[in-house]
Ligand binder design. Structure first.
Ligand code: ZN
Length: 195
């Protein structure tokens, strides 16, 4: 089934019963390898909350250090494996999601964007490796219809972006959005160059 991935999907794939258990396991592995000074300690969230966004088909949040982690609305905690939540000494940070209704609408609009299968050896990877099927020029600017949403975008913004799909379809097939080309558009969402 076509859907937007959350952290619980990784937990299930790895046989963990919850997102917390998955984080604790990964943290313990890093501690055993002496790579982590601030292991995940669980408990109530501490520090500044992080904001959920959708990036290329999955709910995720970004740490100030640059780390990106998958997040989950049913267990809205954040532990960054790039810095070990150093600032909160391993305590989880809270994740702020949009209200449920808005979340569902965001997912629905993003899933309307057609994608091209591009490999992957399991359901999650197949979902995340898909490439945007629609990319091209709209009003003289390059647009890529990615399954991404930033927290400062409204549902109407996504709807407006989806309104470009017809023009892109009419323009006909564009060159395959290769992984490199895709990367050059950065993290954003149907970004126009120079924005
Ligand atoms: Zn971090």
């Amino acid at each position: 089934m076509d859907r937007i991935i959350q952290a619980k999907d990784y937990a299930q794939r790895e046989g963990a019963r919850s997102v917390v258990e998955r984080i604790a396991r990964l943290s313990a592995q890093m501690v055993r390898r002496r790579l982590l000074d601030t292991p995940f300690v669980g408990g109530a969230p501490a520090g500044t909350p992080v904001l959920a966004e959708v990036g290329d088909g999955q709910w995720r949040a970004r740490c100030e250090c640059g780390g990106l982690e998958a997040v989950d609305v049913d267990e809205p905690i954040f532990y960054c494996f790039n810095c070990g939540n150093f600032k909160t000494k391993g305590r989880p940070r809270a994740v702020v999601f949009p209200p449920r209704e808005m979340m569902e609408e965001i997912e629905r609009l993003l899933l309307d964007r057609p994608m091209i299968e591009a490999g992957g050896t399991n359901e999650i990877d197949r979902m995340l490796m898909k490439l945007p099927a629609l990319a091209g020029m709209v009003d003289g600017a390059p647009v890529v219809m990615r399954r991404s949403w930033k927290h400062d975008e409204t549902v109407d913004d996504l709807r407006r972006q989806n309104g470009m799909m017809e023009a892109l379809e009419k323009a006909g097939p564009t060159p395959d959005p290769s992984p490199n080309e895709r990367a050059s558009f950065g993290e954003g969402n149907t970004q126009k160059e120079g924005e």
